[in-house]
Design a protein around this ligand. Structure first.
Ligand SMILES: Cc1ncc(COP(=O)(O)O)c(C=O)c1O
Length: 412
């Protein structure tokens, strides 16, 4: 591979290092079709005790042995149900990360609680426990730990803080199917776990989610938060709380039931590919690989490396453009900005141009003043590389060769 290091870049007319198309990925097949075919003979597509949902829950529990599992319509719905189940008050605060999907925060805001942003570790891209601790106030009630890109967050440190300050921990596992923290599947460590089955995740039923808990105070009623707070177990329609309709219907469950048994092999392939890429590029000038704790397993929902501009004489965009010209499925950056910089946060425009908890004096949060310098720096220096389980070892070696070429070219 190093023989390529001094060859001209493809962007300057050289030959691309990745000289083949991305190996095609077929995500759905006969297993999904069989379940859907079985489903059309049912007389109901309702989720409660539905055969597809029952089968899907059984498959899910083989991987994630939670006592209480509530299927729902998305990861965002799962997170909203999780926050709702904590029974918090308007103005209560929940700490999370500025590099995540908006869905991590939607439920917090709808429940009239206040998202608080803590900063990140520079190379795991996950919450820094020291920063979490700095953000704790008398109103803090929970932490949402996001396992970004399939890399487990520092759960021992997060759980220790939660214990010290009596906080709940919600694990946002949307990007982390199959990821393991010290050998345990992520989600099984905190109080509530949320998963996403949207189209872009390791496994997918188009859109879908799961919220789970082993906590006896939270788990038994989880499902009601996504089903208008109807009690399906007793058949009672007398809601005692305000719940959404976030139900997962039988067609979604049918596809999810067929996807779940494939999860471990998909994740194993991604772990192998991401690890191999890191091993190959780790000593390149100006490149920082994503850091994965030795005892953990990352399942690389995507691969995010960082550039060191004290060593490289190019911009983030120039590096990404050079990689693309080499045939690498790469992008400059990940999110366009830290989540607190989204206009909805900057304008406090959560409910028709207002933010009731602020207007009522229940928070003095001002998102225009929030700054998480490490997260900002990650976003300004990172390069996003797609990982797909269909990639072969030789394809990932070609990606590594392309990164090698580009890094050596721009190294000062
Ligand atoms: C970390 C994280 N949390 C939550 C979500 C929301 O999931 P969904 O798109 O299924 O609502 C996503 C989806 O991209 C995510 O990546």
């Amino acid at each position: 591979m190093n023989t390529l290091a001094n060859e001209p870049l493809a962007i300057n007319g050289g030959s691309p290092a990745v000289d083949e198309p991305m190996p095609p990925l077929k995500r759905w097949g006969k297993e999904e079709l069989a379940r859907l075919t079985e489903m059309v003979d049912q007389d109901s597509l309702f989720y409660w005790n539905g055969p597809q949902t029952t089968a899907m829950l059984a498959e899910f529990r083989k991987l994630y042995p939670f006592e209480h599992c509530a299927p729902c319509s998305s990861g965002t719905a799962a997170l909203h149900m999780a926050v709702s189940a904590l029974n918090l008050k308007p103005g209560d605060e929940i700490i999370s990360t500025p590099i995540t999907d908006m869905g991590t925060f939607t439920g917090i805001l709808v429940q009239q609680c206040v998202p608080v942003f803590a900063d990140l570790k520079p190379h795991t891209y996950n919450l820094d426990s020291a920063s979490i601790e700095e953000k704790i106030t008398s109103k803090t009630k929970a932490i949402i730990a996001v396992h970004l890109a399939g890399n487990p967050a520092d759960m021992d440190a997060i759980m220790a803080i939660a214990k010290k300050y009596n906080l709940y921990v919600i694990e946002d596992c949307a990007q982390a199917w199959g990821a393991k923290y010290k050998g345990t599947n992520v989600g099984l460590i905190g109080d509530v776990a949320c998963y996403s089955l949207n189209d872009f995740k390791h496994i997918s039923c188009g859109d879908g989610g799961m919220v789970c808990s082993n906590n006896p105070d939270i788990g038994p009623n989880l499902q009601m938060w996504g089903d208008k707070h109807y009690d399906r177990k007793t058949g009672t329609r007398a809601p005692t709380q305000l719940g959404m309709n976030y139900r997962m219907s039988e067609p979604l469950s049918a596809v999810a039931a067929a996807q779940l048994p494939k999860m471990e092999s998909i994740c194993k392939a991604r772990t192998r590919l991401g690890t191999r890429l890191s091993e190959t590029i780790k000593d390149l000038p100006g490149i920082h690989i994503p850091e994965v704790n030795d005892e953990d397993t990352s399942t690389y929902w995507f691969y995010l490396l960082r550039l060191d501009f004290s060593i490289l004489s190019c911009s983030q965009d120039e590096f990404a453009e050079a990689l693309k010209a080499e045939g690498v499925p790469a992008n400059s950056g990940y999110l366009p900005m830290a989540v607190y910089r989204y206009p909805v946060f900057q304008d406090h425009n959560f409910f028709g141009g207002t933010w009731p908890v602020k207007d009522l004096g229940l928070t003095d949060m001002d998102y225009t003043k929030v700054n998480c310098p490490v997260a900002e720096k990650i976003l300004k220096t990172c390069i996003f590389i797609s990982i797909k389980e269909s990639m072969t070892d030789s394809y990932i070696e070609k990606i590594a060769a392309a990164i090698t070429k580009v890094a050596h070219h721009y190294a000062k």
